[in-house]
Design a protein around this ligand. Structure first.
Ligand code: ADP
Ligand code: MG
Length: 351
C-alpha cells in the first residue's frame, strides 16, 4: 500500500490538518483518545469529506478538492472493522459474510466465501443467526464480512478494544491470518502499545488531528519506556516445548526459557518488563532465577531518566533496564559479554 494524504477538515472546535505519505502493508495509527484517529480514517475511507486536500491510495486519486475528484465510498474499496461488530441482525452469519461480497464488482471477487470460512474457522456458524453468537464469534464474522468485500485496504478502528484480554489474543491470529493469507494491507488503530507491536510493522503517531511522526515499533516502545513504571516491555513470541513440574519450557530462537504461568498452547506471546532482568558481568555461581542467558551488549540508550541496555542472546533481542550507577560500576559498554538473569515468574503471558 502506498497512501498519500494531505487533508484539512474542521469539525466545530476540532480540526484535522495533516500531510503524510506512508508505504507498507501493516501500518498502525497510534494516539490518545480524541486525537482524531477515527476521523482521519473516516476521511480516507470517504465517510466524511475533507474541506480541502487530496488522498491517493496506490496509483488512484480518490479525493482531490481542487480537481473535484471524490470517489464514492463504495468504489474506494476500503473495508472497515470497528470496535463493535455492527452485524445485520436480520441476516444469518452467511448472509452477513456475503453482504460485502455481493456489493463488490465481479472482477474484484478474488476472495471467496469457502476459503475465508476456513481461515476464520467459522464454518460451524454459517447458518446461525447473529444474535446469539459470543462476542469473539461476532467479531470474527465482522472481520470476515470486511475481508469478503475484497478491499484493497482494510481499516481496523480499535477492533480489539471491546474484547477482554484472553479473547483479544484468540482473535489476533485470525485477524492477522486473514490479512496475510489474502494479502490485504491494513491500517490498524489502537491506543494499546502491545496491540501495535503485535499487529503492525510501523506506526503513524497521531497528535491533535495530525500525523506527527512515523516510527518503527522499536522507536515507539523506547519512547514509551519513560512513561511506564515497568519501563520498556520486551515482547516475546515463544514456542511451547515441555513441562517440568510447575514450570513451562519454551523455545526462544533455539534457547530454552523456563516460565511459570505458561500454558499448553503451542505458541504464545509473553511480556517481560526490562526492569525484571538482572545483569551480571561474570557467570554467577548459583542463583535462584531459573533463566541465565549469555548475551552481548549491542546498544545502550537513554529515555528520560532511564537507561536501556539492548542485548543480543543467540540471535534474539532483549532490553534490560538498569540505573546509570550499575552501568558505570559494572563497566558495561557496547560489545561486552554479560549474563542476564530472569526469574521464571517475571514473564506475563498475554491471552
Ligand atoms: P480518536 O479516534 O483518536 O479517539 P476521534 O477522531 O473520534 O478521535 O475524535 C477526535 C475529535 O473530533 C473529538 O474531539 C470529536 O469530538 C471530534 N469529532 C469527530 N467527529 C466529529 C463530528 N462528526 N462532529 C463534530 N466533532 C467530531
Ligand atoms: Mg476512535
Amino acid at each position: 500500500m502506498d497512501l498519500r494524504v494531505s487533508v484539512q477538515k474542521r469539525f466545530g472546535t476540532f480540526t484535522i490538518d495533516t500531510n503524510f505519505n506512508v508505504e507498507g502493508e501493516r501500518i498502525g495509527l497510534f494516539g490518545p483518545s480524541g486525537s482524531g484517529k477515527s476521523t482521519l480514517v473516516g476521511l480516507i475511507a470517504g465517510l466524511y469529506h475533507p474541506d480541502s486536500g487530496a488522498v491517493f491510495l496506490d496509483d488512484a486519486e480518490i479525493f482531490n478538492s481542487e480537481k473535484r475528484v471524490n470517489v464514492p465510498v463504495e468504489h474506494r474499496r476500503i473495508g472497515m472493522v470497528f470496535q463493535r461488530p455492527h452485524l445485520f441482525p436480520h441476516l444469518s452469519v452467511r448472509g452477513n459474510l456475503l453482504y460485502g461480497y455481493r456489493r463488490c464488482e465481479h472482477k474484484d471477487r478474488k476472495i471467496k466465501l469457502d476459503s475465508l470460512v476456513e481461515v476464520l474457522q467459522i464454518g460451524h456458524l454459517l447458518h446461525r443467526g447473529v444474535r446469539n453468537l459470543s462476542g469473539g464469534e461476532k467479531q470474527r464474522v465482522a472481520i470476515g464480512r470486511a475481508v469478503l468485500s475484497n478491499p484493497r485496504l482494510l481499516v481496523m478502528d480499535e477492533p480489539l478494544s471491546a474484547l477482554d484480554d484472553s479473547l483479544k489474543f484468540q482473535i489476533i491470529p485470525f485477524l492477522k491470518g486473514a490479512c496475510e493469507t489474502f494479502n490485504i494491507p491494513y491500517l490498524f488503530i489502537s491506543h494499546s502499545l502491545t496491540e501495535m507491536r503485535i499487529m503492525t510493522d510501523k506506526v503513524l503517531r497521531v497528535v491533535e488531528g495530525r500525523v506527527a511522526s512515523q516510527m518503527s515499533l522499536e522507536q515507539l516502545a523506547r519512547a514509551y519506556m519513560g512513561e511506564s513504571k515497568a519501563g520498556y516491555i520486551n515482547l516475546l513470541k515463544l514456542r511451547s516445548l515441555d513441562r517440568l513440574g510447575n514450570l513451562y519450557v519454551y523455545d526462544w530462537g533455539g534457547q530454552r526459557l523456563f516460565i511459570s504461568g505458561g500454558s499448553d498452547l503451542p505458541e504464545a506471546f509473553f511480556e517481560l518488563p526490562s526492569t525484571d532482568i538482572i545483569l551480571f558481568k561474570r557467570h554467577p555461581e548459583a542463583i535462584s532465577a531459573r533463566n541465565l542467558l549469555q548475551c552481548r551488549v549491542t546498544d545502550i540508550f537513554e529515555t528520560g531518566h532511564r537507561l536501556g541496555v539492548e542485548l543480543e542472546c543467540s540471535g534474539q533481542r532483549l532490553v534490560a533496564e538498569v540505573v546509570r550507577q550499575a552501568v558505570e560500576e559494572l563497566g558495561i559498554t557496547k560489545e561486552n559479554e554479560v549474563y542476564a538473569a530472569i526469574k521464571a515468574t517475571a514473564f506475563r503471558r498475554l491471552g
